[in-house]
Write a protein that binds this ligand. Structure first.
Ligand SMILES: CC(C)(COP(=O)(O)OP(=O)(O)OC[C@H]1O[C@@H](n2cnc3c(N)ncnc32)[C@H](O)[C@@H]1OP(=O)(O)O)[C@@H](O)C(=O)NCCC(=O)NCCS
Length: 185
């Protein structure tokens, strides 16, 4: 597959701007959204603005808002951290914070747009992510998108009061090139 598109039929990727930060904080402070994430919790507008300012020119990460194509309402956020241009790899993160949108394929569209961007625009070879072993929604989404589970990391992460297991998953450029799933979003 050549090229990529930041716009899907239902959602689009918009590079993170200061005007998106209030929504980001609202989503991240929602206990149900936060439950399967490992972000600073709780967080504040002030901290998030400081984080945003500090990272504007950071080439090791890229952050997007997911907006509905029809209304431009923000429904979530995602991006890549630890971008390593030498090893051509990066770690993906994603959260759909608008819970009314869960379970309707928006998450899957979000993964696809991010992956298309990483391979099509950044020219990476490997994308990986960590996923709590209890995060059945995310597991179903990545399974249906052909991600490979590299292993279960036992007691790997302290999350909201307990040590938890998490999976390490990856998706390679060669798998993306040969995948029909990613061609339509
Ligand atoms: C994980 C997340 C991105 C998935 O997005 P989503 O829009 O809810 O998921 P999708 O609708 O694209 O599809 C996920 C799959 O899970 C299924 N699903 C929906 N609700 C579910 C539930 N409660 N339990 C298990 N599976 C569920 C969907 O039916 C779909 O499977 P299918 O292809 O067999 O129909 C989103 O739920 C989210 O942001 N959660 C909170 C933060 C988070 O966990 N981020 C990921 C960290 S790795």
């Amino acid at each position: 597959m050549a090229g990529f598109n930041l716009k899907g039929e239902r959602i689009e990727l918009v590079l993170l701007e200061r005007e998106h930060l209030n929504k980001r904080v609202e989503f991240l402070n929602d206990p149900e959204v936060q439950k399967t994430l490992n972000f600073d919790y709780p967080t504040s507008i002030a901290k998030t603005e400081a984080w945003f300012s500090k990272n504007i020119l950071n080439s090791n990460r890229v952050d997007f808002a997911f907006v509905l194509s029809a209304t431009l309402d923000i429904i979530g956020f995602g991006g890549f951290i630890n971008i390593n241009y030498r090893a051509k790899k990066a770690e993906l993160y994603i959260f759909i914070g608008e819970k009314a949108c869960w379970g309707q394929g928006f998450g899957r569209d979000g993964y696809k747009l991010l992956v298309n961007y990483a391979f099509g625009e950044l020219g990476l070879d490997r994308i990986y992510l960590y996923q709590l072993a209890e995060n059945s929604r995310a597991i179903k989404a990545t399974e249906s998108l052909g991600w490979f589970t590299e292993g279960l990391l036992r007691n790997d992460i302290w999350s909201h009061g307990e040590l938890k297991d998490q999976y390490l998953l990856s998706f390679l450029r060669s798998e993306w090139v040969n995948s029909d799933f990613y061609k339509t979003v």
